[in-house]
Design a protein around this ligand. Structure first.
Ligand code: RNT
Ligand code: ZN
Length: 413
């Protein structure tokens, strides 16, 4: 009997869990893969340093320096990632023909036509992000909350253009586009006025949302944050702000699990948000001591997040995206390891005897619940994962493939 056949038997006879069903479902869960792991969040539209209070560290060779390189690198990563994928772009990845560059408040769908072509060929949807950092108009990390009307208007126009581009993505690919707004705005030192910047952010968002757009094609999400580098004392788009704004205005709240105090867990927040929002969105990342954006691993919190999505029957209500940027290791391996970790966590969640566990909780059978939870930690899910990879036609150990690409392509850049 193969390892998988054995695992299948154990799951069905001990836990009444159908591994075939889990494998089938897993392949259908779209993961939105962030393009910015490939070039350390630099983008193509200017040569500004990364700002916004985020940081990518490391100097591993082979960073993608233009759209052709980034597309090739993503293809390599995609070839090693099983399941259903979406492409997640930032506005700073606009592609301009020679001499045709425009500033961010003037970008148009045509500046993304090459990405559309790329996505369509690969039968992928596209998600999008206005880029409100790494730009001269984001001076001192102030954008939609800036006291300077010119600055605010510039970024309002940027977001409005991004909405048009998002609609274009949805129309072209036939799949809805999730457009995520995140602003870096905040202060290093203790502010004298916490109200006015938030009031300005609120009305700037209102103005962006006053644009007509097709709500069945574009889902606008709003990402909160607790602090950024150099923005330690105050963040305009705090959790309370973003949650209240999203539910009042009918957009989608986005939680990034690097954006909370270290003992606050996004896994614990998912159920609350699901009770009050038709859809929610996630940036899955790995914060190490701070919002460090390390590559996602198959760790406790990633697994707990996946469990919350699965056992609340919310697979069709949660937009799952990855968000990390490690420049100290092979960037293709970073993509593959991170996305596979999310998928592995989802598979293990799908293999849990959720109903039985819930019943034990309802009956206050805490001893039995603890024993079952502990038993599941050594259930033979590795064999099910391997079977999934085999069926998806991707290899289990991908270093050889990546090393070859590194030697043939990346090292020569
Ligand atoms: C920053 C946010 C945001 C960015 C990307 C590049 O802390 O997490 O999502 O990482 O937009
Ligand atoms: Zn994020």
């Amino acid at each position: 009997m193969s390892m998988y056949e054995n695992a299948k038997k154990i799951y069905s006879s001990y836990y009444n869990v159908d591994t075939e069903k889990a494998i089938d479902l897993l392949g259908k869960i779209p993961i939105s893969i962030h393009c910015w792991q490939g070039d350390d969040v630099r983008g193509f539209d200017n040569s500004e340093c990364l700002s916004g209070g985020i940081q990518s560290t490391g100097s591993y060779p082979g960073r993608a320096k233009n759209f052709k390189e980034l597309m090739a690198d993503m293809d390599k990563a995609f070839s090693l990632i099983p399941g259903s994928k979406k492409l997640n772009l930032h506005a700073s990845y606009a592609i301009f023909d020679n001499g045709q560059a425009v500033d961010r408040d003037k970008i148009e769908p045509k500046h993304f036509s090459k990405w559309v072509e790329y996505a369509k060929k690969r039968k992928m949807g596209i998600d999008f992000n206005p880029t409100l950092f790494s730009h001269p108009m984001a001076k001192n990390n102030l954008t939609l909350s800036s006291p300077d009307l010119l600055v605010r208007d510039f970024w309002i126009n940027h977001c409005k253009q991004c909405l048009k581009i998002s609609e274009y993505f949805a129309e072209e690919t036939g799949m809805p586009c999730v457009m995520n707004i995140w602003i870096p705005d905040g202060y290093k030192n203790i502010p004298a006025d916490r109200f006015a910047p938030r009031e300005r952010f609120k009305s700037a968002l209102d103005e962006i949302l006053s644009t007509q757009y097709d709500k069945s094609k574009v889902y606008i999400t709003l990402e909160s944050k607790v602090f950024g580098i150099g923005l330690e004392s105050y963040t305009v788009g705090s959790s309370e702000f973003c949650l209240s704004y999203s539910s009042q205005r009918g957009i989608v709240p986005l939680m990034d699990n690097g954006h909370y105090h270290p003992t606050e867990m996004v896994s614990d927040k998912i159920s609350s948000l699901l009770l009050f929002n038709p859809k929610i969105a996630l940036h899955v990342t790995r914060p190490v001591r701070w919002d460090s954006d390390h590559v996602v691993l198959f760790d406790d919190e990633t697994r707990e997040i996946a469990k919350e999505i699965v056992r609340n029957n919310a697979l069709d209500r949660v937009f799952i995206a990855t968000d990390y940027f490690d420049a100290s290791i092979n960037r293709i391996a970073a993509w593959v390891t991170g996305v596979r970790s999310v998928q592995k966590a989802l598979l293990i969640a799908l293999l849990d005897p959720c109903d039985e566990m819930k019943t034990l909780q309802e009956n206050s059978e805490w001893t039995k619940l603890m024993m079952l939870q502990e038993n599941m930690k050594t259930a033979p899910y590795g064999a099910v994962w391997d079977e999934y990879l085999k069926r998806e036609n991707v290899c289990r150990d991908y270093w050889c493939e990546i090393q070859k690409y590194e030697q043939e392509v990346l090292i020569n850049r």
